[in-house]
Design a protein around this ligand. Structure first.
Ligand SMILES: Cc1ncc(COP(=O)(O)O)c(C=O)c1O
Length: 375
């Protein structure tokens, strides 16, 4: 197998893929309505479920589209006119859920929380208990990719169970690295995609769903068409086909990525990521840089680093410097904090982070020289 050029992607997905995942997309053409392709999708859906739950109680509904499609499918398919959805907004992706729900006319209560601190669970429970209407559903992001903040889904799942609330989780950047258990965490619907910790290529998003709850959606008034969760589930259950054209080659990449995840194991993958993160943190601290979220609440997958205090620093300039060295970095996504973000997800290891740190040190040294010359 020819080795393709390897770029180091330190953006939070699509992540660096293995050579074998890249090549697995080169397959003979096939009509996706053939039984062979249906069997492939059924196997993929089953395995995606098994990473987080048992397939008697849970099932995975596949969609063509990026991760937002899966989040939007949940928010626009599951909530009836009588329901009231509480959305935890503690970062850009929590805010995006509010925006999506508002567009579909879903009644929401927004619960805001500081983007770099753990959610105050007492305040959350108080908001549920004192709400003007009964909260029927709650949505949150597991790992806020904006900052690297890891929200405590287990604890929030327990609160939901106590108050008989149905829980949706955006697990886009946690799935396949941070262990998730649908049942133990009381999650009814979980959204994720093919191209982050799964280390597949971009184009498939999916919703792991509680089968009983999914079946209950049959009689609901529909707010959407392409992204309807129940219709997509029903059609696939009956035909082993997606309702609309699936991204064929991406599906083969996902099959290979799943094989590689099973081989490595979720725990070992998270250990590898954590080792890279430890290396990153030691390195940036030595350079006098700091980061937003404290270690206890940190995902150890993406880090929002405070930008260097130097008048010559410009993110775009630093980006281009790394890009020339086959490393891709990412800007921050919070308005009031000047950060850039480094993700250590994907088929990379601590040695790649070492290389990044080496280059960062050179870049910062050059900035310091410029500053000195100016004075
Ligand atoms: C937590 C979270 N939710 C949703 C998304 C949106 O995914 P996409 O850009 O693939 O639509 C992202 C992307 O980074 C994410 O990190």
């Amino acid at each position: 197998m020819k080795i393709l050029k390897r770029n180091i992607l330190l953006n939070p997905g699509p992540a660096t893929t293995t050579n074998s995942v890249k090549w697995s997309q080169v397959v003979p053409d096939i009509c996706p309505r053939e039984a062979e392709f249906g069997d492939l999708m059924a196997k993929i859906a089953r395995e995606l479920t098994e990473f987080v739950g048992n397939h008697d109680e849970y099932t995975t509904v596949l969609f063509s589209g990026s991760g937002t499609a899966a989040v939007e499918a949940i928010l626009s398919s599951v909530i009836s006119d009588e329901d009231y959805l509480l959305i935890i907004n503690n970062g850009a992706y929590g805010k995006r859920m509010c925006d999506i729900a508002n567009i579909y006319g879903v009644d929401i209560k927004e619960f805001q929380s500081v983007p770099y601190e753990s959610i105050d669970l007492n305040r959350l429970e108080h908001a549920i208990q004192t709400s003007d209407r009964r909260i029927s559903h709650l949505a949150l992001v597991h790992h806020e990719t904006t900052t690297g903040l890891l929200n405590d889904v287990g604890a929030i799942g327990r609160i939901c169970s106590k108050h008989n609330i149905e829980l949706f989780v955006d697990g886009m950047s946690s799935y396949a690295a941070i262990p998730i258990q649908m049942k133990e965490m009381n999650i009814s619907y979980l959204a994720a995609s093919s191209n982050k910790n799964l280390q597949g290529t971009a184009g498939i998003s999916f919703v792991v769903s509680n089968v009983n709850k999914l079946k209950q959606l049959k009689s609901m008034r529909k707010r959407n068409y392409y992204l309807n969760l129940y219709e997509q589930y029903k059609y696939f259950s009956e035909t082993k086909q997606m309702r609309f054209t699936p991204p064929v080659q991406t599906m083969y990449a996902l099959e290979q990525a799943i094989n590689e995840l099973k081989e490595e194991g979720i725990t070992a993958r998270y250990d590898r990521y954590t080792k890279s993160w430890g290396c990153l943190i030691r390195g940036i601290k030595q350079m006098g840089l700091s980061y937003l979220v404290d270690d206890d609440n940190h995902s150890k997958i993406i880090t929002a680093i405070i930008e260097p205090d130097n008048p010559h620093y410009k993110f775009d300039h630093m980006h281009d410097y790394f890009y020339k060295n086959n490393i891709m970095i990412y800007p921050g996504k919070l308005n009031h904090y000047n950060t850039f973000r480094i993700a250590n997800m994907g088929d990379i290891c601590y040695k790649d982070i070492d290389r990044f740190l080496e280059l960062l040190q050179c870049y910062l040294d050059d900035l310091s020289i410029l500053k000195k010359i100016e004075h």
